[in-house]
Structure formats: C-alpha cells, structure tokens
Write a protein that binds this ligand. Structure first.
Ligand code: PLP
Length: 427
C-alpha cells in the first residue's frame, strides 16, 4: 500500500480498520481533554473497560460467600486458572495442558530455571542475549552462583557486531555450536525489549537441541504481540508477563509454558507447593508430593484470583479477536508509523533520529525503537508534555509501540506532526 502523510489518509485507514471499535473498549488517560497518544503498551497496556467487572465479581463473591467462594463463586477460585488454558494456548501456540498462570514473570523464570537449568561440571553454560532485560541478567547471575558456578564463566552473551543495533541469527547459531557440549541452557527474549527485534525461536531451539541443551524464552514482549507456536517449535519452556500487550494491569500475573514432553517426568527438579498437588488429592493434605501432570504441576501457591481477574478479562478479549487480526493491523500500523518517521526525517535535516528496530517485517513486531541523535531527552520530554506517552531507555532511545488493539492511524499522523514541531522548536 502506498501511504500518505496526511490527516485524511490516516482517517481513511481508521475507517477501514476492522478493529477500530476496540479502541472504545479501553480507558485512555486524558491530556487537555483528549486521549493521549499511547505508545507504551509494550510496558503497561491500557485498562480495558470490561476488566472492572471481573475484579468486582471477585470482590462481591468474597463479600457474599467468604471462604465458600473457593468452590461456590460463579467462577470458583480454586480452579480459576484453568479458564486461561484455552485462550492462552491459542495465543502462544500450545496445548492447553502446557499452560499455567501463576506468580510474576521473573519469579516464574526462576522456578523454570530450577527445573530446566541443571548444570554439571561439564555442561553448565547459559547463552543469553547481550543487554538482556536487567531482571533476566540478575536472574542468570544469581542462578548460576546458586549452583556454585561463576557468572563470568557460565554466562555467555551473544553480542551485536560493531556498528550494528541488532543481533544476527547466524551469530546466535554459531555461538550455540561453539559452546557446544558445555551448553546447558539457551534462554533469551523472544522479542528484545530495547530494539524490538524478533528472534527466530524455531531455529534457535533447533540449534540448542542439536548440541544437547535445553531452550527457553522470556516472552514478555512477545505474548499477545507476535505469532507463537511454542509447542511445534519444540521449545522446552517459556514465561511472559500479562501487563504489556496483554493489558492486565501493573505487575500482574505471569503465564508459563512447559512443553508436554517434560510433563510426565516426576524426577525433574522443581520447587513444590500445594497447588501443584494432584487435584484429587490436594485437600487430603497428605505429606507426599504428587504433582499434577501438566504445566499446572509447576504451580506453588493457591491462586491470587484478584490479580488473575484482569488477565482473564484480557485473555477473553484476545480470544474474541484472534491473533491473526491483531497481527495484520500491527503490521500495517507499524509500517505506517515507520513511513511517518521517514517522512518527518525528510522534512527536517535527516540527522535527528534513527530507527534501530529491524526494517524487515519478519524481524520486528509492534515496536519501533528510535535513537534520538539530536535533542535526545528534551525531545522525549517535549512529547510527554504534549500528550504523547513514550518511554525513555538509556542512552538515547524512545520506544514506540502502536498497539493494534487501541492505537489509531490518526494517532500516528498526529504523532508525526508533534515530533516535527518538537524537533523544530528545540533546534
Ligand atoms: C523482557 C522482560 N523480562 C522480564 C521483565 C521483568 O518482569 P517482572 O518485573 O514482571 O518480573 C520485564 C519487565 O518489563 C521485561 O520486559
């Protein structure tokens, strides 16, 4: 499609957008009486209007039923998480039994490392991406130290080549082969949080398995954003948070995937708790741990239903729309944003900013990271003051996520105008 940088063209794209009604399903912060232009759905998604009812239902059941709510609430609490298996398995390409929802993301990755990082003196190394999200870096360092290895020896980072912003797939595969039989685990982000680069998870998983390692992914920036096929790609495990593209509220519950090939292995190390206990026996309160066969067998505590409620509202919304439609709009709106940025770049002197996210669609999703060479932080602040919510990542990057559920093409056009005004007024 040939794009145009005009308000009329953007409005025309909005009029043709099948998902445009979903914008009204979300609550936008206001700036001077208007909806902000919201680019940070990759950090904290907006609140869906329907979420409140899901939370209120639990508050009411708690008020009216108290402890009886565990079994007699309209959506009983004791198996509340099971409602996620169907919608989430579609979103991430898994079997329902491979999905569970519990805890928060870093906690889940730690728990999964307990099971799937089993170092021995010969095979103890972990491959991750350079500049992984800091929480992942701290997790690697502390897990490795907990197992008695030295982080500087056991953690192998895949570097970007000099002068390049993104990591090459061939470099990941080459590093996996090089570390070879010393490699215990590959654990990287499905989508890099900083650049928005999408990794080829299938190829990475095959490469890891070929040298005898296990392979997991941090899908914080991938779940609800890209097409995933975790089961068929034979990924060993993955976890994601629900508060970014999945719009489930600050710090909210995390989803986990554990491939079914690991389910029946009761010898696998894990940190147990009563919610993983065989459902028929859980309330017999017996001393022997007999975990559920399936991802639910990795649960620990009884469910924080008040935090699961917003996630359920959201998961049902995703099921209603389907990833295909979200991805089709995501591709178009991200390309339109890229076009707008290039147009603004042409109108000014062309050295103010640079998009560091890959330009080919196979390697990017709903995020363009823009390196601000010119005014840097003051430009970011100008945008924020004028109702454009982006985020700042050191040293000089703003991340723009035109989330297909609620961002409009008109937002992209208006943002372009604001960016141009900001650059010109700060010069
Ligand atoms: C890629 C990635 N991994 C891990 C985390 C940490 O998530 P949590 O604080 O929910 O554990 C984040 C948070 O933004 C993230 O972006």
């Amino acid at each position: 499609m040939t794009f145009q940088n005009t308000l009329e063209f953007a409005q025309q794209l909005d009029a043709q957008d099948e998902l445009r009604h979903y914008r009204d399903e979300f609550i936008f912060p206001q700036h001077n009486g208007k909806d902000v232009i919201y680019f940070t759905g990759n950090s904290l998604g907006l609140q869906p209007k329907r979420t409140k009812k899901y939370v209120d239902d639990i508050m009411n059941d708690w008020a009216n039923l108290a402890v009886e709510g565990h079994f007699y609430a309209e959506k009983p609490w004791w198996d509340y998480h099971e409602r996620f298996a169907a919608p989430l398995s579609k979103i991430v390409g898994a079997k329902p039994s491979e999905i569970t929802v519990m805890n928060t993301l870093t906690v889940n990755l730690h728990l999964l490392m307990v099971s799937f990082y089993q170092p021995n003196p010969k095979r103890y190394k972990i491959i991750c991406e350079e500049k992984a999200f800091p929480s992942d870096q701290y997790m690697f360092q502390t897990q490795v130290a907990f197992r008695g290895y030295k982080p500087e020896d056991a953690i192998v980072e895949i570097k970007r080549r000099d002068g390049e912003h993104n990591i090459r797939l061939e470099d990941i595969v080459a590093k996996i082969k090089e570390v070879g039989d010393e490699l215990a685990l590959v654990l990287i982000g499905g989508v890099n949080y900083y650049t928005g680069q999408v990794f080829d998870m299938k190829t990475i998983t095959e490469a890891g398995h070929q040298v005898g390692a296990l392979v997991g992914f941090d899908l914080a920036h991938a779940a609800g954003n890209i097409a995933l096929n975790l089961h068929d790609w034979n990924i060993d495990f993955a976890a994601w948070c629900s508060y970014k593209y999945m719009n489930s509220g600050p710090g909210n519950a995390s989803g986990c995937f554990i491939h079914e090939k690991h389910h029946a292995n009761k010898d696998i190390a894990r940190f147990g708790g009563w919610w993983a206990q065989n459902k028929e026996r859980r309330f017999k309160m017996e001393p022997t741990f007999d975990p559920i066969i399936g991802a639910d067998g990795w649960q620990v505590s009884n469910l924080p239903v008040l935090s699961l409620a917003p996630y359920l509202a959201s998961a049902e919304m995703f099921a209603e729309v389907g990833m295909e439609k979200l991805i089709a709009k995501r591709n178009q709106i991200t390309s339109y944003l890229e076009f707008i940025l290039h147009e603004i770049d042409k109108d000014i002197d062309g050295t103010e900013f640079e998009i560091i996210t890959p330009s080919n669609q196979a390697e990017r999703a709903c995020q363009l990271s823009v390196f601000l060479h010119g005014q840097g932080r003051s430009l970011f602040e100008y945008l924020m003051k004028n109702g454009v919510i982006t985020d700042w990542r050191e040293p000089n990057v703003i991340r723009l996520a035109p989330v297909p559920f609620y961002c409009s093409y008109t937002d992209m056009y208006n943002f372009g105008q604001m960016l141009k005004e900001g650059i010109l007024s700060l010069k």
